[in-house]
Write a protein that binds this ligand. Structure first.
Ligand code: MSP
Length: 680
C-alpha cells in the first residue's frame, strides 16, 4: 500500500442492457465498504461508478423497442442509479460513457495513440461473440454439437471480417511483466495474479480496437466509418471521470474492483494502454468471485436472477449488505440462498449483535438509571479491542471483508460471553459487588460503542441506529479509529432500547416460501436406471424418466413434495444402507442415442467407474469435467442405452409439473477432501 492518503476506488461500469442483479450489487457494495472504511481512516476518498452504454447489444435492443440507442440508455441507466440509492452507496461520481466528458477523452486518447504509432489501421478476421462483443481466440473456442461457441457465454460464434484499427499494446508486455514482478499485490488475490502472469508470459497479440459493423459507439476521430471498440472506450472511464485537478490527485492511487470474468481487460489491456500513454499503473486491481444462486449460474434463461431491490424490500438493506460481504471469502465464488441470508440475520444480527445491545441497555437502565457508569479496571474486552482493531485493519487492507466481519463478530461474541461469565444480575443484588457491576456495564457499553464504529463501513445506518440507542449524537462515520479511547463512554445517558434486527421465524418462512415457489429437493438424477430396465428402449426410458427419481417404469411424473411433512419417514438403519462417496468426474462422453444421458467416468480414488447420468440438459461436458460429486456407490449396476452404469450422481432440482427446470450437482464444500471419502 502506498503511504499516499488519497484513495481512488472504482467499480466496473455496468452494461445498461442488463437489469441490475446481486452480482452488480456485490461489486458496488464491496467498493462502498472500502470507501467508507478509508474515509473513516482519514483518507481523501474518491469513489467512482457508472454505466457502459455503447455497443451492439444496446443498438439491437433499441431497434427492437423502436427507440434510439440514446433514448434507451437515458432511460435504463437510471435502474443502476436507483439501486445505488437503495443500497446507500456513497459514490462521489457516476459516469456514463455517453457523456461529453467521456467521449472527448476517448477520442483524444485514440488520436494520441494513432499519432505516436501505437494504433494503426489494418484488416481483421476472426470468430466473434455478438452478445459478449468480443473476438474469441481460436484456442479458446469450444466446439459444441458441431458449432463453434463462446467459452464465456456458450453462444454460437460468427465469423467476422472487417477493416480495423489495431493497438500495438503487445510491445509494452515486457514492461508490464516487470511491473507485476515488482508489485506482487497489484493484482489480487494471488490466484488471479498468477493467472495474469501466465497469460502475459504466453504472449499477447495486437488488439483490434475499432468496429465498422455497428454505429452505436464513439466515432474514430477523422474516420467515422469506424467506432471505437466498446472495451477500449469503457476502460477510459476511469480517467475521463476526473478533471485535471482530480486526475493529478487521485490517479496515482487508483484501485479497480472487478469481477474475475473481466480481469484480462483490466490487468492486461488497460495497463498496456496506460503504458502506451506513459501513465502510472493501477496500485491494485482486486478481483472478486461470482455468485451463483442455489448452486446455479444466474441467467435470464434459468429465471433465477436475484433482484436486489426485492431482497432489500423483503429482508432490509443492512442484512443484505452484511450477507454479501460476510458470506464468502472475498475472491471466491459464493452461492446465494435466501435461507442462508435468513440464518445470518437470525444468528449474527438478531442473536449476537441485537441481543448484546438489548441486554446491555436494559441492564444500564435497570441498575444505573440509564447512565453509563465509570470504571478503569482492565477487562478481557478492553484487552481484546486493540487486537480486533488491527485485525480488521489488516483484513480491510487485503479486501478480506469476511475476515474483518469475522473479527468484529468474534469481539461481539466475546462480549456476550463476558455477560455469561460475570452474571451482572447477581452482582446487582449484592451491595458489596457494585464496583464490579460498574466495571461489567461500562465494558459492555464500550464493546458496543466499538462494534458500532467497526460495522459502520458495512452497515452505516445500523451503526447510526446503534449509536443513537447508546446515546451518542455524533455519527460513527466521522470518527477515526485512532480516537477511540476505551472508557470514554462513561457518564453517557443512553436512549430507549429498540430491536435492531427482528428475528425471522424460520418455520413460518419455510411455509410462506413453499406456498410461493417450488421447493428444491435432493433427487437421484441419474436414476433413469429405474426406467431403463432391460428391454426398455433408450427413447422410451428417457420419456418415462421425465421425473428423474421415478421408482418404476410405469410411474407417472409426480410433483415434488411441498414440505417436509409429506415425505415418507425412514429409520436411520434404512439411510445407512445407502453408501455414498466423494468422486471426481474425469471424463464426459455424449451418448449418441440419448438426449438426456451422459456417459461419465468417475474417479473414487481407489477405482474408476462408468456412470450414466441424466444431466445432459443442464451441463456442457466442460462444465462437468473435474467436478467433485457425491456418488451412490452401492446401487445395483444397470444397463442404460446399452452402457453398464455403476452408480448414481446426486443432484438437487427445482421442478414444475414434475419436470426438472433447474438442477445442481451436490458437491463437497472442501475441495481437498480425498476422493472416496464416505458421506454419512
Ligand atoms: N461493462 C463491463 C465492464 C466495463 S469496466 C470498464 C461489464 N459489465 S457487466 O455489467 O457485465 O459486469 C459488471 C460487473 O458485474 C463485473 O465485475 C462482473 O464480474 C459483475 N458480475 C456480473 N455477474 C456477476 C455474478 N453473478 N456474481 C458476481 N459478480 C458478477 O462487464
Amino acid at each position: 500500500m502506498s503511504d499516499n492518503k488519497n484513495f481512488y476506488i472504482t467499480t466496473p461500469i455496468y452494461y445498461v442492457n442488463d437489469i441490475p442483479h446481486i452480482g452488480h450489487a456485490y461489486t458496488t457494495t464491496a467498493c462502498d465498504a472500502i470507501a467508507r472504511y478509508k474515509r473513516m481512516k482519514g483518507y481523501d476518498v474518491h469513489f467512482l461508478t457508472g454505466t457502459d452504454e455503447h455497443g451492439q447489444k444496446i443498438q439491437v435492443s433499441a431497434e427492437a423497442k423502436g427507440k434510439t440507442p440514446q433514448e434507451l440508455v437515458d432511460e435504463i441507466h437510471m435502474n443502476f442509479k436507483k439501486l445505488w440509492q437503495v443500497l446507500n452507496i456513497s459514490n462521489d461520481d457516476f459516469i456514463r460513457t455517453t457523456e461529453e466528458r467521456h467521449i472527448k477523452k476517448v477520442q483524444e486518447i485514440f488520436s494520441r495513440l494513432i499519432s505516436q504509432g501505437d494504433i494503426y489501421k489494418g484488416k481483421y478476421s476472426g470468430y466473434y461473440c455478438v452478445p459478449d462483443e468480443t473476438y474469441v481466440p481460436e484456442n479458446a473456442i469450444i466446439e459444441h454439437d458441431g458449432k463453434k461457441t463462446c467459452p464465456d457465454c456458450g453462444r454460437e460464434l460468427i465469423i467476422m471480417e472487417e477493416e480495423s484499427y489495431f493497438f500495438k499494446g503487445s510491445k509494452y508486455v515486457p514492461e508490464l511483466i516487470k511491473f507485476y514482478e515488482e508489485h506482487v499485490k497489484a493484482v489480487m488475490p494471488k490466484i488471479r495474479y498468477n493467472e495474469i502472469m501466465s497469460f502475459l508470459k504466453g504472449g499477447v497479440k495486437e488488439q483490434s480496437v475499432s468496429r465498422t459493423s455497428l454505429k452505436w459507439g464513439i466515432p474514430v476521430p477523422g474516420d467515422e466509418k469506424h467506432v471505437i471498440y466498446v472495451w477500449f472506450d469503457a476502460l477510459i472511464n476511469y480517467i475521463s471521470a476526473l478533471d485535471d485537478k482530480d486526475f493529478n490527485k487521485y490517479w496515482p492511487c487508483v484501485r479497480h474492483m472487478v469481477g474475475k470474468d473481466i480481469i484480462r481487460f483490466h490487468c492486461v489491456t488497460w495497463p498496456l494502454m496506460l503504458l502506451a500513454l506513459g501513465l502510472p499503473l493501477p496500485v491494485e486491481i482486486i478481483a472478486h468471485g461470482w455468485w451463483t444462486v442455489d448452486g446455479e449460474k444466474m441467467s435470464k434463461t434459468r429465471k433465477n436472477v436475484v433482484d436486489p431491490f426485492k431482497i432489500v424490500d423483503e429482508y432490509g438493506l443492512h442484512p443484505f449488505r452484511y450477507f454479501l460481504l460476510r458470506e464468502v471469502p472475498f475472491g471466491n465464488d459464493g452461492d446465494f440462498s435466501e435461507l442462508a441470508l435468513v440464518n445470518r440475520i437470525n444468528s449474527d444480527l438478531a442473536n449476537d449483535l441485537g441481543n448484546l445491545l438489548n441486554r446491555t441497555l436494559q441492564m444500564i437502565n435497570n441498575y444505573r438509571s440509564g447512565i453509563v457508569p465509570g470504571s478503569s479496571e482492565i477487562s478481557p474486552l478492553s484487552e481484546l479491542a486493540p487486537e480486533i482493531l488491527s485485525r480488521v485493519d489488516e483484513a480491510m487492507n487485503n479486501y478480506s471483508y469476511d475476515e474483518a466481519l469475522k473479527s468484529i463478530w468474534e469481539f461481539i461474541s466475546r462480549a456476550n460471553k463476558f455477560i455469561d461469565e460475570t452474571l451482572p444480575w447477581k452482582l446487582a443484588k449484592d451491595e458489596t459487588q457494585q464496583g464490579k457491576l460498574d466495571y461489567v456495564l461500562l465494558n459492555l457499553y464500550e464493546a458496543l460503542r466499538l462494534s458500532g464504529l467497526l460495522i459502520a463501513p458495512f452497515m452505516p445506518d445500523t451503526s447510526k441506529r446503534l449509536y443513537a440507542q447508546l446515546g451518542i449524537n455524533s455519527e460513527p462515520v466521522k470518527m477515526l479509529y485512532e480516537n477511540f479511547s476505551w472508557g470514554a463512554g462513561a457518564g453517557t445517558r443512553i436512549n430507549k432500547a429498540e430491536v435492531l434486527f427482528p428475528r425471522i421465524d424460520v418455520k413460518a418462512w419455510h411455509k410462506a416460501k413453499a406456498e410461493v415457489s417450488p421447493v428444491a429437493r435432493t433427487s437421484e438424477f441419474s436414476s433413469l436406471r429405474d426406467n431403463m430396465k432391460a428391454g426398455v428402449s433408450c427413447k422410451q426410458a428417457e420419456a418415462n424418466a421425465r421425473v428423474f427419481p421415478s421408482q418404476s417404469t410405469t410411474a407417472q411424473p409426480q410433483p415434488a413434495p411441498v414440505n417436509a411433512e409429506q415425505v415418507n419417514e425412514i429409520g436411520i438403519e434404512d439411510f445407512a444402507k445407502v453408501e455414498m462417496r466423494v468422486a471426481k468426474i474425469i471424463n464426459v462422453e455424449e451418448i449418441p442415442r440419448s438426449k438426456k444421458l451422459y456417459k461419465l467416468e468417475v474417479d473414487l480414488g481407489y477405482e474408476t467407474r462408468t456412470v450414466c447420468s441424466g444431466i445432459k440438459a443442464f451441463f456442457s461436458p466442460e462444465e462437468l469435467m473435474n467436478k467433485r460429486v457425491i456418488l451412490v456407490t452401492n446401487l445395483k449396476p444397470a444397463k442404460l442405452c446399452g452402457i453398464m452404469s455403476n452408480g448414481m450422481i446426486l443432484a438437487a432440482s427445482v421442478k414444475h409439473d414434475g419436470v426438472a427446470e433447474t438442477l445442481t450437482l451436490l458437491t463437497p464444500l472442501d475441495e481437498n477432501i480425498p476422493l472416496g471419502s464416505k458421506v454419512s
